[in-house]
Design a protein around this ligand. Structure first.
Ligand code: FES
Ligand SMILES: [Fe+2]
Length: 398
């Protein structure tokens, strides 16, 4: 991590796109619905949340094709760090080898397919990998190191029998990979488009990994994406927690290719009206959200940053991974206790007890037959576009 890390309490720098979004937030905050949004409401077939055939298409045509954020370089801070995680039905291994390089591998032995490392939901330290079945051994970069009784395998070429690699890259501190070992290229900068510059400007790669919680929840993966693309629910659903910190004005949001950036006014938004733009504070006057298609959300809290990954395990359930990043490493007991309180409020209170709770309730509701169609109003415009993008991709064969 560099010495340039953003300090807690400092104003986050903004690029031209974020400044213009902030201007729009101030300009349009008084209107009941955004002037750019058309007057029609739109309808969504509830089957998108529970039809197994739709999920299979989403998996093959979206999740196996696009770069996904699977982990964080700083989570694997030390050489020898290994994290096993099952995502979208694939056993995945993320490692940092002795030279510091990060690898994303399939957690599957090349002898007869045994799982190499158990998914313990935490980072372990290893100097190499040894298969629990017949003890073939591998380097942390996946290379096959040793085969007991090698004379029994005259045809195995060790050079070509390493663990299968997924195309992967570290960018902005995130480990991105494509869940298809047949693909060789991954271009995250192009995939992110203008969001790439936002992440660089906000210095995400300089932040420190603090805490992560992984939960299996009984909701379709898209319902959590929906929850972060409108603010219509904040005053009611989040009344016990964060509602007092937010205004009820329109957010300013825009499409960035398949992705979205949304800026929501906080209770101190009015203070920004009298300040020069250099003093507009993206994290205190407002809260920025990046929706990175298909399944990542980044929320920029006043001091910390949350990344959420939604990974379907079935049409009615998903693995939910929430990770918190902080601007300075937490070393003392006091610092750790401070950020732990922050994490517990956001993860346990806002995300788990409120957004995930209501998503699970909706999951029951959408399969009940009560609604032939779900209605998106003029404040739920971004959800409509998100679902149109999903539909367009699953209807495209190539
Ligand atoms: S399956 Fe791994 S060594 Fe046999
Ligand atoms: Fe919410």
């Amino acid at each position: 991590m560099s010495q340039e890390s953003r300090r807690a309490g400092a104003i986050s720098p903004m690029n031209a796109a974020l400044t213009s979004l902030f201007e729009r937030l101030l300009r349009d905050s008084g209107s009941p619905t955004s002037p750019e949004w058309d007057a029609t409401d739109s309808r969504l077939d509830p089957a998108v949340y529970h039809d197994p055939a739709i999920l299979e298409l989403e998996k093959s045509r979206i999740f196996r094709r696009l770069p996904l954020c699977l982990g964080y370089a700083d989570q694997l801070r030390e050489p020898g760090s290994v994290l096993a995680r099952d995502l979208l039905g694939l056993p995945i291994l993320m490692t940092r080898d002795r030279t510091g390089e990060i690898h994303v591998l399939l957690n599957v032995c090349r002898h007869r397919g045994a799982r190499m490392v158990k998914d313990e939901n935490e980072v372990c330290r290893h100097s190499g990998l040894s298969c629990p079945y017949h003890a073939w051994t591998y380097e942390l970069n996946g290379a096959l190191r040793g085969v007991p009784k090698p004379e029994a395998f005259p045809l195995v070429d060790k050079r070509h029998s390493g663990l299968r690699k997924l195309p992967s890259v570290v960018r902005h501190g995130f480990i991105w990979a494509i869940l298809d070992p047949a693909q060789t290229d991954i271009d995250v900068a192009s995939f992110l488009g203008d969001i790439d510059d936002d992440l660089a400007t906000l210095g995400l790669g300089e932040h420190y990994f603090f805490r992560q919680r992984v939960q299996r929840r009984a909701t379709n993966w898209k319902l959590m994406l929906d929850a972060f693309q409108e603010t219509y629910h904040i005053k009611k659903l989040h009344a016990p927690t964060i509602a007092p910190f937010f205004t009820d004005v329109n957010p300013a949001g825009e499409a960035v290719g398949l992705h979205t950036r949304i800026l929501v006014g906080r209770d101190r938004l009015a203070d920004a009206e009298t300040l020069p733009s250099e003093q507009w504070d993206l994290r205190r006057h407002a809260t920025l959200t990046h929706v990175i298609f298909p399944n990542s959300l980044l929320i920029y809290h006043p001091d910390s940053t949350s990344h959420m990954g939604m990974f379907p395990t079935g049409p009615n359930e998903m693995t939910f991974v929430h990770t918190m990043f902080i601007p300075e490493d937490a070393k003392t007991e006091k610092q750790i206790a401070h950020w732990d309180r922050n994490f517990t409020m956001i993860d346990g209170g806002v995300f788990s007890a409120e957004d995930l709770f209501i998503s699970e309730q909706i999951q029951i509701g959408v399969a009940s037959g009560a609604n032939e169609a779900l209605v998106f109003g003029r404040q739920e415009h971004h959800l409509r576009r998100f679902h149109e993008n999903v539909r367009a991709m699953i209807e495209t064969k190539d």
